[in-house]
Design a protein around this ligand. Structure first.
Ligand SMILES: O=C(O)c1ccc(O)c(O)c1
Ligand SMILES: [Mg+2]
Length: 633
């Protein structure tokens, strides 16, 4: 599989772009002319630099306003093209992209354009290069790949072929199956991009909002299926114009891009098994059966506070690691591991010294942990492994979001038995402390807004999950955007991502003080929120107090019985309802740099996360965080 990416897709100076592209595993690069023109080196020096990075130049682009020009523009266009053919010779690439003409002076006519391309083909042949024609979605006369193909067909020249770009086809809602009747050898290169669905001017949408396949809403898989079905076996090249990406991290963008292509082709291969593009073999997306554990790293002093918080939530300390300063707290099917083994060179120790107390790792129950690792690594995830003492189990793991770790557990003897083999049972300090919490409902990760797409792609490509639509949460300090990833069809694994733009929001402050993306809260499920609230009160749990105004509004909004809203208010329970069911939430006070727990009950088929309650939760947290507010837990 030959992968390529246009230099415009990546931030940074030219050499930095190339370095990131090579490191992420691409085999080629499209040279966007402007990147090359603004870089102070000769074409031969650029060619050498690209070669030194182990890359090939798949395409030189774009060449504009060529076909259908009246004289004297026509003669000038041919001269211009020949100058570029010379440059291509020095760059060592043989393919140039010609995008459809947007000039107001250009003339229409399929045969006129075909004749121009035939002649250009003759000149290209003399330079030993080829030209590919791409229909821009906003081209003046040609804006549909079907018309571009007809021109290429009539041009009838070996050096002249078609260039397909998923954005131009899909943004105009052109049926990608129309590609299936084009001979694969006449498609000279395929450019891929996705985009979020916006009702917007096509040029503006294309130049500012493209993103990696799988990050947007366009049917790029259907497009690529059709391309692959033609027998096309050339490079798959990303061409992403995106304002946010221009200021992003070159390395992260290149990695996302490579992952997006591998994931795209994995899907295509499963749907079109006979394609000529050789796609790496890997297990299908991993079905997650649930979150088996969450692990905190903390120092000896803070551990006491964390343990107290867990005990007021109804957890019991039931296990002590046989070799390490690691304790296990359990309730229902929930396991919380508290790791204070932070002195030596452990990863937990490194995480603690950088981020302070944090939930840096979690374990997922899957059908086959080694297959899960294989899939994740095929999708460019980094394997995580630490030296184990004898008798300790090496649990397959990868680096997760931010600086976290994701472990994979399955039903194989060693992994299923890990709790008994590594932890000595501890007699619970007291009986009957259980608050009725049954399992982990979701993990909430806080991240910078510009990293959200990275993590959405990470989760959706590796695991059998889908993303929910983005919702905006208004924080007095700014906007926080929130989106969930859920396993499907059963939502046994749910992660919400909250993306903060600045440091003034509650989420942004957590990011700044915790030095990066990590789990900011863990939502624990109960089957009876009122019973749980009662037991928690008995355990000394202090819920996040919610304003009286909230309950007045709630009563009016849903037409609640006063007795019911009084019961909610008395226990600081937030409430939401939709046509599927009901949702109840209790929040803990914050711990450390803004970490908290949430307790939820879902009734019926309620599938959301109470987004409309988030501003009230944030307001309450801000009130408590004020120096004159009530003390933090
Ligand atoms: O926005 C543009 O002009 C532009 C240029 C070259 C391309 O390949 C493309 O898809 C768009
Ligand atoms: Mg293009």
């Amino acid at each position: 599989m030959r992968t390529s990416i246009a230099t415009v897709s990546i931030s940074g100076e030219f050499p930095e772009k190339l370095g990131a592209i090579a490191k992420a595993g691409f085999s080629g690069v499209e040279i966007f002319e402007n990147d090359f023109l603004t870089y102070d080196a000769s074409p031969r020096e650029v060619a050498a630099m690209v070669r030194d990075f182990g890359l090939e130049i798949t395409l030189f682009q774009p060449f504009r306003d060529f076909e259908g020009m009246p004289e004297p523009h026509r003669a000038r266009a041919f001269e211009r093209a020949e100058r570029k053919f010379d440059v291509m010779g020095e760059l060592g690439t043989d393919l140039m992209l010609i995008c459809s003409n947007v000039s107001p002076v250009s003339l229409g006519g399929i045969d006129r354009a075909a004749a121009d391309f035939h002649e250009l083909g003759e000149r290209a042949a003399r330079h030993g290069v080829r030209v590919g024609y791409e229909a821009l979605a906003w081209g003046r006369h040609i804006n549909d790949h079907r018309d571009a193909w007809e021109i290429v067909r009539r041009a009838d020249h070996r050096q002249v072929g078609l260039i397909l770009d998923s954005f131009h086809t899909l943004s105009r809602k052109i049926d990608p199956n129309s590609i299936r009747s084009i001979p694969g050898d006449k498609i000279f290169i395929v450019q891929l991009a996705d985009a979020p669905l916006f009702d917007m001017d096509l040029l503006y949408w294309s130049r500012h909002f493209r993103n990696m396949p799988g990050e947007g809403d366009l049917p790029v898989v259907d497009f690529m299926r059709a391309v692959a079905a033609t027998g096309y076996a050339g490079p798959l090249s990303l061409e992403i114009f995106n304002d946010q990406f221009r200021g992003g991290s070159a390395r992260a963008l290149a990695e996302d891009g490579h992952r997006s292509l591998v994931y795209l082709m994995d899907q295509v291969k499963r749907l079109e098994p006979d394609i000529r593009i050789d796609v790496p073999d890997m297990p299908d997306r991993i079905a997650v059966e649930g979150v088996e554990f969450v692990e905190f790293t903390t120092g000896p002093e803070e551990k006491a506070n964390l343990a107290t918080l867990l005990e007021t939530l109804g957890f019991a300390r039931t296990g002590q690691h046989r070799n390490r300063a690691v304790e296990l707290f359990t309730q229902g099917a929930i396991r919380i591991v508290v790791n204070t083994d932070v002195e030596g060179s452990s990863f937990a120790g490194a995480s603690y010294s950088v981020h302070g107390t944090n939930a840096y790792a979690f374990g997922l129950k899957v059908d086959d942990a080694h297959n899960a690792l294989r899939r994740a690594q095929a999708l460019d995830a980094t394997r995580f492994a630490e030296p184990r003492a004898s008798g300790e189990t090496a649990i397959p793991a990868i680096q997760g979001v931010g600086n976290g770790v994701i472990y994979f557990l399955d039903g194989s003897p060693a992994l299923a038995n890990v709790w008994d083999s590594e932890f000595a049972a501890v007699a619970p300090a007291s009986q009957g402390t259980d608050a009725g919490l049954t399992r982990i409902d979701h993990l909430a990760q806080t991240t910078r807004y510009d990293e959200m797409l990275t993590w959405l792609l990470f989760y959706t490509s590796i695991f059998a999950t889908r993303r929910t639509p983005m919702v905006d949460v208004v924080d007095p300090g700014g906007l926080v955007r929130s989106q969930a990833i859920e396993s499907a069809p059963t939502p046994s694994f749910r992660v919400t991502m909250n993306g903060a733009d600045n440091r003034k929001t509650f989420a942004g402050k957590f990011l700044a003080e915790g030095f990066g993306t990590s789990i900011q809260h863990i939502a624990l499920a109960t089957d009876d929120i009122f019973a749980t609230a009662g037991r928690l009160a008995g355990l000394g749990f202090q819920a996040l107090p919610i304003s009286r105004n909230y309950y007045d509004d709630l009563e009016a909004r849903f037409g609640l019985e006063p007795a019911f809203s009084d019961a909610l208010r008395a226990a600081s329970i937030l409430y939401d309802r939709d046509d599927q069911g009901e949702y109840f939430q209790i929040y803990s006070r914050t711990f450390g740099e803004g970490f908290f727990f949430e307790i939820v009950e879902r009734r019926g088929a309620y599938a959301g996360y109470g987004a409309m309650n988030a501003p009230f939760r944030i307001a309450a947290q801000r009130r408590l965080a004020r120096p004159d507010g009530m003390p933090k837990v």
